[in-house]
Each structure stands twice: as C-alpha cells, then as structure tokens.
Write a protein that binds this ligand. Structure first.
Ligand SMILES: [Zn+2]
Length: 429
C-alpha cells in the first residue's frame, strides 16, 4: 500500500518546516517528501491520509533508560520505601533493597508497561538496559527500534564465568523485534577492570554495541581515583564486596575507561556529569557518543553535565530519561522541556530537538532508519495536534511548551498506526 501522509506542517528535522508538507510511504519506508500538492500528481495511485491542522514530527529517541524498572514507583510504595534518599549512595542502596523483594514476573510486566509508555509518548527507539535478561521476550513483536543492552557487572571471577555463560545464551537467541542486542558493563565502580576489558574486547570483536554509565557522581570520581569515599566505606561493605575495593588508580573516570579499552564510538557513555576539561577533550578525540539524563541528575543531586563544552569538543550528545527510579516519566518531550531550563544558555531549543532526534539515532546506530523524516528512512512519525494552530515561527516554542507532549494524536511506526481510538484524520483515495 502506498500512502501520502500530510498535515499543516511537516517538521522533518533535517530541513525547515514545510507548510502543507507530506511524506510518501511504501512498505514502511519514506519514498518521497515534499508539498502534498506536488506529491499527489506524481503518485496518483497513493491513498492520501490528511491530518489537517496538525504537525508531522520525527519519533524521538530515548538513548538511555531501564524500562524493566517502569513500575518502580509502585514497588517503592508497596515495600514502604518512599523516603527520599539523602544522596547517590543512599539511592542505590534503596534501589537494591526494593529490587530484592521482586519476582521475575514483576520485571516482565514492568518492561511491557515501559515499552507501551515509550511508544505512546512518541519514542521510536530506545537504548534500554536490562539486568534481568530473561524478560527480554517482552520486546517480542514490539515496533520499538534501538538497542537492548544486557547488563553485566561484578568482581568475583567464578561469578563472571557464570555471567558470561548466561550472556552467550541470551545473545544467541533472536527476538522478533527491530531492537538489536548489545551489552552494558554497568559502570567503572561496579565491575572489575579485568571484566571491563573482556567485555569491551568482545564487543569490538563481535560488532556488538555497548553502553556504560560514566562520571555520574563525585563519589564515583573519588572511588576511581583513590579507592576511597562512600563507595568504599558504605556501598562495597553493604553488598559484600569489601574484598574488591580497587587500589588507587590516580585516574579520572574517562581515563580509567580508556585504559580498559572502553573509549570507542560503539560504547555509548551515559551521564558524564563530573567530566573535567581533559576528559571532555579526550571523549571528543575518540568521537564518543554520550547520553545526557538531566532529570535523573537533578533528582539525585549529582550536578549538571558540561553539555556546551561536550558539544564544542565534538562529542555527539543524546537525551535519555534514565529509569522511573530516578525520573518522573519516560517522555523525551518532558526531558527536552526540562533540559531547556536546566541547560539554559548552553543548549538552545533547535539543538535540544536535534539531541532528541538525530543525536539519539546516531548514538544508537539507527541513523539510517530514524532521527529525521528523510527519504529512505522508516515511516515513523508523530502527529501532534495543538489546540490552536501553530505558526511556522512558533514551532520550536511549541515543542518546549507543557501542552506539546499531551497533543500527541497518533504515532506511526514503520508506516503503521500505534494508537487506537478516534483521530482527526481524513482518508481520501
Ligand atoms: Zn542508568
């Protein structure tokens, strides 16, 4: 079936908005783009779907999330852990306590819930981290693209052997879904240097993407540099890792990661809040991608990532919500609006929209499919229907208004509508 999708404005993400713009989609791909009045005579066989006073906008990319934790707020209530943690270490310890009371079925339902919420909020691809590999089947038949990173961490060599065996099994099984499997060595503070080296070598050898939390908190910097601070005095003893506290490395987190072979573009870094100028320049030279999670960083009070300096150094930036254990929603529209205030003066509205679309797509290696509404990419877009029509020069202001995320009227993935119910479209032959 060949269809022309049109609306008041087409905001493609790689060119100025087109008034009366349209996409021609065939077999889930964008085959042509232009003004509807020009496309119709060229493709008389196409069915025309006219959304009227609406905007066609690219799907957004959530480059960092943990969708298996989507039901975390409910779990926190049920287990009586509703007190706000005093700091980063308290937050992780609380997370471990709550997770210890869950069953695998809880994660399965939570992940399915997270996938549905992501799609409904206009997300087309995710960089999703999964600690409970068995529940990856929730992605079966899902239309979400991106990477599903299987998480691994630890220090004990016998346990690492068991973890590697489990990864081998998980990586051999394919899922009927556009998401590709990758690995997530959690962070330099939760995995031994030797295991980190092994994982990065494996990803480079097998062409697997990976992702690593890096320089999220000042506690992490202390721990990596000196083997001291609250990770050594509280976190490691409380989880039975007191024998694995590392020696002083005299390295900043990014330098430490480079020593383990972790600075290559296929390793998507996350957070980067505590990076100093030397580390920023290093990430730029290595052509790294980094997912910023401003709402999570604000909630955990770990600081603000040096976003302007990272962009200037040539690091490709993306946006992520992180999980609902440290963020209020899985909407990248919400993340963009918060980031606009949080990075005020450093990142303007068009730049943030680019982070949420093409920046995220590049970070996940899906830039040939998503990130803009360009010919050759997948026919995945959002239909936004503002209460009052938006003029061309108001479009970016509208994107960063509180109303915008609520105006999603329909979502298309691979040329197919994802939301049921009544929508204000007119279909003409
Ligand atoms: Zn995370």
């Amino acid at each position: 079936m060949t269809r022309i999708f049109t609306a008041n404005y087409l905001v493609s993400g790689d060119a100025p908005p087109i008034e009366g713009g349209a996409l021609l989609a065939r077999e889930g791909k964008i085959c042509a783009r232009g003004k509807v009045k020009d496309l119709k005579p060229d493709f008389p066989e196409a069915e025309v779907v006219d959304f009227g006073e609406a905007l066609l906008v690219p799907l957004l990319i959530n480059a960092h999330t943990h969708l298996e934790l989507t039901d975390y707020p409910k779990w926190a209530l049920e287990t009586g852990h509703t007190d706000e943690p005093a700091g980063f270490i308290d937050w992780i310890l609380q997370l471990i306590k709550i997770k210890s009371q869950l069953k695998i079925a809880d994660y399965q339902a939570s992940l399915a819930h997270g996938i549905a919420l992501s799609i409904a909020s206009g997300t087309g691809a995710v960089g999703d981290i999964l600690a409970h590999h068995a529940v990856r089947t929730a992605y079966q038949k899902s239309s979400l693209s991106g990477c599903l990173f299987l998480e691994t961490l630890g220090h004990d060599p016998a346990m690492i052997q068991r973890l590697n065996n489990r990864l081998d099994i998980a990586l051999q099984e394919t899922i009927d879904s556009p998401v590709k499997l990758g690995l997530s060595p959690h962070s330099p503070y939760t995995i031994s240097a030797e295991y980190l080296k092994q994982i990065y070598a494996r990803c480079k050898r097998d062409g697997l993407r990976c992702t690593t939390h890096l320089a999220e908190s000042s506690e992490e910097v202390d721990f990596i540099e000196s083997g001291r601070g609250p990770f050594a005095s509280r976190f490691y003893p409380q989880i039975g890792w007191e024998n694995y506290i590392p020696r002083t490395s005299f390295c900043r987190p990014a330098e430490y990661l480079e020593q383990q072979g972790g600075l290559f573009p296929g390793n998507l870094l996350v957070h980067g809040v505590q990076l100093n100028n030397t580390e920023i320049a290093l990430l730029g030279r290595k052509q790294m991608h980094l997912a910023l999670c401003p709402r999570s960083n604000a909630r955990l009070n770990v600081g603000k990532a040096p976003a302007g300096k990272l962009l200037a150094a040539g690091v490709n930036l993306a946006l992520g919500t992180d999980s609902l254990a440290s963020c209020e929603s899985l909407s990248i529209w919400d993340e963009m609006t918060f980031a606009h205030r949080w990075f005020s003066g450093e990142l303007d509205a068009p730049t943030l929209f680019q982070l949420a679309t093409s920046g995220g797509a590049k970070a996940l290696g899906v830039e040939n499919q998503l990130g803009s509404l360009s010919v050759g990419k997948t026919a995945g877009f959002q239909v936004l229907r503002p209460e009052t029509p938006v003029a061309e020069n108001e479009i970016f202001d509208y994107f960063f208004s509180p109303e915008c995320p609520r105006d999603i009227d329909q979502i298309y993935h691979h040329g197919k509508p994802q939301l049921s119910g009544q929508h204000k479209q007119v279909t003409l032959k």
